[in-house]
Design a protein around this ligand. Structure first.
Ligand code: DQA
Length: 364
């Protein structure tokens, strides 16, 4: 992956002035500059193009032969343009669909994307950062290819299998405060790192708040997803590795799964506690209003458990992992890494991830 085309469709030339409460305050030129910079950090050359015309957008997709991937925000054409869908389906390179706003939580008509099914991935609701995530996804999917497997009829009941033969598998459960704008692209760098070490993974998606999720369906998805992944990973039972709210879900699902180990990274178990990010606290209350997945309601898993947290985490304070480790007792080992923040833990170069890899090695 070396050259990426970044396309923006109708009305995105008005960014900064157009509904800034929805689309943010960055102008298109500022956004494009950031995208080129993020691309540079990942070793990519990014060419940017914006048009208000459907025809021009389609022709830009046709003319992408010298690029290795495309990220596209088609604006309102997302919801109507079957011609753009056909253009995306016609090119051989991966096309990632990006939206600044959470298109699933706005007008009903915005929930439908006619690109769904032909786009390699869809990232929405993360503002400008979604473009960065899209670039990262293009790099990660090129670094270590995967096969997507469905474990249910909902589009979010899916996992990406990166199989290496013969060794124990890991099922990755991403975080994001149970909210639908955060997806499995966030744990993909872990999957790529494990792939490079010869370890197979299933990077799990599940229904989240805003897209059919809630405590019962979401925990059920994680249980079913882990079960389905165990059936296709080369060696069962797997280790489950969760980040943030994904650590909470991994722990909540563990009593219903057969696991070789459980790794809980930067986990959030009591979102109402002081110090937890406000969005997270509100989402936690929405996710599990009755507290049925509170620590004192959960069964201690019947496998070794590692909890890791960055001491510099300002989104989920490290005392969340300390309290969880105490509740889990002797089966649990706690590692607190100085100077690591919440999202830093997702970087395979971080001390947090290095401790995880070390622990996995010892487990075998
Ligand atoms: C958008 C969402 C679309 O529904 C809308 O028509 C846009 C922008 C976004 O980035 O959130 O123009 O794609």
């Amino acid at each position: 992956m070396r050259r990426v085309l970044c396309l923006n469709g109708p009305n995105l030339d008005l960014l900064g002035r157009r509904e800034p409460g929805v689309y943010g305050s960055l102008s298109l030129a500022e956004l494009e500059e950031r995208v080129r910079g993020w691309g540079g950090d990942l070793g990519l050359e990014v060419d940017c193009f914006q048009t208000n015309g459907e025809r021009e957008l389609i022709e830009a997709v046709h003319g992408s032969a010298s690029h290795d991937g495309i990220i596209v925000n088609p604006g309102a054409l997302t919801h109507t343009s079957f011609a753009l869908r056909d253009a995306v389906a016609a090119v051989d390179i991966p096309v990632v669909e990006v939206h600044l706003s959470n298109v699933r939580q706005r007008d009903r008509w915005r929930r439908r994307s006619v690109l769904a099914g032909v786009a390699a991935a869809t990232i929405f609701g993360r503002g400008a950062g979604g473009y960065r995530a899209a670039l990262r996804h293009l790099v990660d999917r090129a670094a270590c290819p995967f096969e997507s497997h469905r474990y249910g009829p909902h589009p979010d009941q899916v996992f990406d299998l990166r199989a290496a033969s013969g060794s124990r598998g890991g099922v990755l459960i991403h975080g994001g405060f149970w909210l639908d704008e955060w997806g499995r692209d966030t744990t993909e760098p872990w999957a790529v790192d494990l792939c490079r070490r010869g370890l197979p993974t299933a990077n799990l998606e599940y229904r989240r708040l805003g897209s059919g999720g809630g405590v019962v369906p979401t925990v059920a998805d994680v249980v079913e997803g882990v079960r389905a992944a165990s059936g296709v990973l080369p060696e069962a039972p797997p280790v489950v590795i969760g980040h943030s709210a994904g650590a909470h879900l991994a722990l909540a699902a563990a009593s219903q799964a057969n696991l070789a180990g459980l790794v809980l990274v930067s986990g959030v178990y009591d979102p109402g506690a002081p110090g937890v990010d406000r969005t997270g606290a509100a989402a936690g209350q929405r996710f599990d209003p009755d507290g049925s997945t509170r620590l004192d309601q959960l069964v201690t898993p019947d496998c070794p458990v590692l909890l890791v947290h960055g001491a510099a985490d300002r989104v989920v304070p490290p005392d969340q992992s300390q309290t969880a480790a105490e509740a889990l007792g002797a089966a649990a080992e706690l590692v607190v890494c100085p100077e690591v923040g919440h999202f830093d833990a997702l970087d395979p170069a971080s001390e947090v991830w290095q401790s995880v890899v070390e622990w996995l090695r010892r487990l075998d």
